[in-house]
Design a protein. Sequence first.
Length: 94
Amino acid sequence: MRRADVITSAGDTQAFAVSLPSQSGEADLAGLQAQLRALKALDTTRRKLTLRPSDALPGQTVVALMDAARADAQGELFPELSLATLTDAPPETP
């Protein structure tokens, strides 16, 4: 993850595109955590994350994603989570 990967920025909000990796058709939670760890390294003080899962994901997968986004084996990632739909508007840019 590089700072150039920022999609939008508005005030204290930044939006990044992070894809959910998969292995054998299953969500690769360790792969997701690796991407989130790289994102966290850009600003270690960030605690909030908004997930925008596909409506096609089963509820139990969304819960697993939320759990994976909160912490990994190295410690805290983004403990303050919220959910949004894909149709929610992204943050406005200044």
